[in-house]
Ligand binder design. Sequence first.
Ligand code: HEC
Ligand code: HEC
Ligand code: HEC
Ligand code: HEC
Ligand code: HEC
Ligand code: HEC
Ligand code: HEC
Ligand code: HEC
Length: 256
Amino acid sequence: MKKLWRSDRKLIKNRRMPDQLVRLVIVFSVLIASVVFVRKFVLPPDLKETGTHRTTAINRELGRPINYAGSSVCADCHEDEYETKISGYHQNLSCEVCHGPAYKHTEEPEDYLPPAPRERKFCPQCHTYNLSRPTGYPQINPIAHNPLKPCISCHDPHDPVPPEVPHECVACHAQIAKTKAVSPHALLDCVTCHTTPEQHKVNPRVVSPSKPTKRAFCGKCHGLQSKKKGPPKIDLVTHGEKYLCWQCHYPHMPEL
Ligand code: HEC
Ligand code: HEC
Ligand code: HEC
Ligand code: HEC
Ligand code: HEC
Ligand code: HEC
Ligand code: HEC
Ligand code: HEC
């Protein structure tokens, strides 16, 4: 036994490990030692878990307050809005996109009321004309598109069908019709202001429609005496002096 040991030592002495191997062994030993040290004394216990998720992380996420109720719960109590929305253009919008996080409201409906975005600046967030949006996505220029009124006065937010614009004259007067469609006069029919004989559509250069000729014509809706709700009122006697209204206001786009 002793003999064997002695011969072994001799063997090692004669066949010395190459230097580079020795260095490698040292480096690896230090590495392994520090890994063992860090795992044992430095790492917090939950980092040593071998599962895919750390328990503390799961608990932390579970502990967060819930803000959003999700896209289906609202239907339980607001069947009307849900039914309206489900078949309309906004069918892919979640209720909380517009009404904000409403989890508290679903728990205690009377105590927490979610706001409704009634003001005009809300809708253009998604509908302002923007080159990078896909073709066909409904976009408008919020400065020119029926200014001054809230969007919801013409579009139901839960089913935003655009109101029917009168189209009968568009075939030949496309430019005027397009201009008018986004003006405060959008919902006025052309024939409200132009009495148009049927023959005009057949022989437009021979048979002409009428055109308003007097200030009083516009005064029917805009005069102080007018009973029409909606159109803003001016004093016919003083406003614009003696000039015709359309010397200052383009009737198909009457902006200020
Ligand atoms: C448990 C029933 C319930 C659920 C679920 C519920 N609501 Fe309501 N909500 C009500 C009640 C009740 C009212 C009416 C309170 C009132 O008129 O005073 C109301 C009113 C509203 C209003 C009107 C606030 C106002 O200013 O008039 C909005 C907007 C609304 N809810 C949105 C939502 C949305 C969005 C969801 C889904 C995240 C939702 N609700 C889920 C019961 C519910
Ligand atoms: C595009 C934005 C939008 C979406 C999406 C939307 N709403 Fe509304 N909601 C509004 C606006 C704006 C009003 C205010 C309407 C008004 O005052 O005429 C409103 C009003 C309401 C009201 C109050 C009704 C009233 O007569 O006062 C309820 C309730 C409501 N929404 C529930 C819902 C529910 C439920 C959903 C989902 C199914 C939903 N909304 C989706 C914008 C939206
Ligand atoms: C989160 C984005 C978003 C918001 C906010 C939003 N919309 Fe929309 N809107 C859409 C999408 C998406 C469509 C459907 C586009 C489609 O069908 O290709 C749409 C469609 C429409 C259409 C239909 C146009 C057509 O003829 O094709 C109108 C009108 C409209 N929205 C008006 C409104 C109004 C008014 C509001 C504010 C109460 C509003 N939108 C808020 C995303 C939005
Ligand atoms: C005075 C009524 C009125 C108001 C206010 C109004 N709109 Fe419209 N909107 C219309 C009419 C009418 C059309 C259809 C125009 C057409 O067919 O040429 C329309 C069309 C649209 C379309 C469809 C455009 C397309 O290319 O298909 C969108 C989107 C729209 N409106 C969004 C809005 C938004 C957002 C607001 C508020 C900033 C708003 N509207 C305010 C009357 C109105
Ligand atoms: C078949 C094509 C066509 C159709 C449809 C048509 N128009 Fe015209 N319209 C014309 C042409 C062309 C003129 C230009 C005549 C000229 O310059 O002498 C004109 C001229 C006019 C004028 C100006 C007349 C003048 O004295 O200056 C008015 C107003 C008018 N059209 C209104 C309408 C209305 C409103 C409708 C729908 C009810 C309509 N048109 C449908 C082709 C058409
Ligand atoms: C609010 C009333 C009103 C409405 C609505 C209206 N017009 Fe006019 N239109 C006028 C007046 C006023 C003139 C005369 C302008 C002038 O003499 O300078 C006019 C002039 C015209 C002319 C002569 C050419 C021009 O541009 O001056 C045509 C064509 C015309 N209108 C077509 C139409 C068509 C098409 C529609 C519907 C899309 C329409 N109008 C809607 C008031 C209106
Ligand atoms: C049938 C009724 C009617 C007639 C006729 C009419 N308008 Fe209007 N006018 C309206 C309505 C409705 C509005 C939109 C009001 C709103 O935005 O709430 C409007 C808006 C206007 C505005 C914009 C006001 C603002 O606040 O920006 C002007 C300017 C205007 N009209 C001028 C005229 C002129 C000029 C004529 C004559 C050529 C005329 N209107 C004829 C109904 C009428
Ligand atoms: C000399 C030019 C001129 C003439 C002519 C004129 N206006 Fe105006 N109008 C203006 C100016 C400028 C404004 C904006 C400043 C203001 O509110 O007084 C305006 C504003 C308006 C408004 C908006 C008022 C409001 O409160 O929002 C209406 C509606 C209107 N005009 C209708 C008419 C009608 C109808 C006629 C014909 C009877 C007419 N205008 C003639 C220059 C004129």
